[in-house]
Design a protein around this ligand. Structure first.
Ligand code: ASP
Length: 455
């Protein structure tokens, strides 16, 4: 089994964290390919090395002295090297980098990339793995996209028979050899690209949380973690506001059918979240995978008798939204009425123009605007073909006195979306959570996941 094991900034923020990484890597011989971010925060009031390097660039650009900043960055690296008794000459190497940066000999992107470079250098020695520079193997096209074919070739040629390396995340090189960065948080993207390019069986992403949560912890106290989710469910949840991985970090592994496992470096015993292309429907698994939602939607209801038999009526209404470049999020329909649900921010300057145009061009019997609408998506692949779930959902909201103002369900039965008053948003999420997730015993163990072929 080939695994790509990526560690985020907080997992490599200190000598103590380096030791945890080593224990994790050494506990499984399949963990040969390691990708690291730059050393991150050691606690909530600390700084990320990458942020400090961006600050160095800003100082250099405006010709301010940045010796203190460089001292802080170099100091962080030296501290790790000393505590771990590393022989890598970090002090000299950092001094050389510092001189080059101050003399304007290196690009801003090169400067920022040194966070992952030095972190990976030290990690390579600490693990006893060869170091591979991302500049030599991660190859960008001229348009900024990744050249997967060339990256794959370069990676395979570099690895040879040696099934191990430590690779810095977050950067690669442009066709002219210059260092090029991914977006912020791009270490996750490097890991996914390497996994896809090497045809890995699993992409492990080690961070400081035990996976995705079933609901927003600012709304629900201590929500349970999601142990297993499909890429499609994840897309629904992230679209509805759940903060998840960088989308670009998901595409390469999703397209290659490689499962992605989120694990916690500080609590490796926790199951974490495994994301895969498909997961067989399983009665024993939770019905609901997660709940997410967003506020600030507006519904424009249009009613016209005999609309259902008038060909092109809805299309003509929708073309008015298109004219104002407003994207329609949902469109619940009745026999002779329908509603266009849009984001408030998209129509804040053009709502009255849209309504005026609908009136002039289509002259409907009634047009009504409902604002302050919040949408809540209850997502679960196991809901499909299980009768009674929506009834139960509407029932518990009704019992709690929450008025449902809109209902939508995707054709794959992956989610049920309800629209409620924005004031009821948080309470509705808590009610759904209480009824479905909290009340179920849905803890899955790693052994069970393995037995079910999750990875
Ligand atoms: N170090 C980079 C950042 O802070 C990339 C990463 O952490 O994945 O954005």
């Amino acid at each position: 089994m080939v695994k790509i094991t990526k560690f985020g900034g907080s997992s490599v923020s200190s000598a103590e964290q380096f030791k945890k990484v080593k224990a994790i890597v050494e506990s499984d011989p399949a963990r040969g390919f390691v990708v690291v971010s730059a050393a991150g925060k050691r606690n909530s009031s600390d700084y990320k090395i990458t942020d400090l390097l961006y600050l160095v660039n800003a100082h250099l650009q405006y010709k301010f002295t940045c010796d203190d900043l460089l001292d802080t960055i170099g100091g962080r690296f030296c501290e790790i090297a000393q505590e771990l008794n590393l022989t890598y000459p970090i002090e000299q190497e950092f001094q050389e980098f510092r001189d080059q940066a101050k003399a304007g000999k290196v690009s801003p992107e090169y400067i920022v990339s040194r966070g992952e470079y030095f972190t990976a250098r030290m990690m390579a020695e600490f693990l006893g793995f060869p170091f591979v520079d991302a500049a030599d193997v991660i190859s960008f096209n001229l348009d900024g996209s990744i050249n997967m074919e060339r990256t794959g070739q370069l990676l395979r040629a570099t690895i040879g028979a040696n099934q191990r390396f430590v690779l810095p995340g977050f950067y690669g090189s442009a066709p002219n050899g210059a260092i090029k960065l991914f977006d912020r948080g791009g270490g996750d993207i490097t890991g996914a690209i390497v996994a896809a390019a090497l045809g890995a069986d699993l992409y492990e992403n080690w961070t400081d949380v035990s996976g995705f949560l079933t609901a927003d912890p600012r709304i629900v106290d201590n929500p349970k973690a999601i142990s297993r989710i499909t890429y499609a469910e994840l897309r629904e949840l992230s679209y509805m506001g759940a903060s998840v991985l960088h989308e670009e970090a998901i595409f390469p592994v999703k397209d290659a059918g490689i499962p992605l496992w989120i694990k916690n470096t500080n609590r490796p015993q926790d199951v974490g979240t495994i994301i895969s292309e498909s997961a067989a429907k399983d009665e024993a698994e939770p019905i609901i995978t997660g709940i997410a939602g967003k506020k600030d939607f507006v519904a424009i209801h249009v009613k016209q008798s005999h609309m259902s038999s008038e060909i092109g009526y809805i299309r003509r209404v929708l073309s008015i939204f298109e004219r104002y470049r407003v994207s329609i999020e949902h469109m619940p329909t009745g026999i002779d009425s329908f509603a266009a649900v849009v984001q408030h921010s998209d129509v804040k300057d053009c709502l009255y123009n849209i309504i005026a145009d609908i009136k002039t061009e289509l002259n409907p019997d009634e047009i009504k605007v409902v604002d302050n609408l919040a949408l809540i998506s209850t997502v679960g692949r196991n809901m499909a073909s299980r009768p009674g779930i929506s009834g139960r959902l509407f029932g518990v909201l009704g019992n709690a006195g929450i008025n449902i103002r809109m209902i939508a369900q995707g054709s794959e039965e992956l989610d049920i979306i309800v629209g409620v008053n924005s004031d009821d948003f948080e309470r509705a999420i808590r009610v759904i959570y209480g009824a479905f997730i909290d009340s179920e015993d849905n803890i899955i163990t790693v052994e069970e996941l393995e037995r079910k072929g999750a990875f």
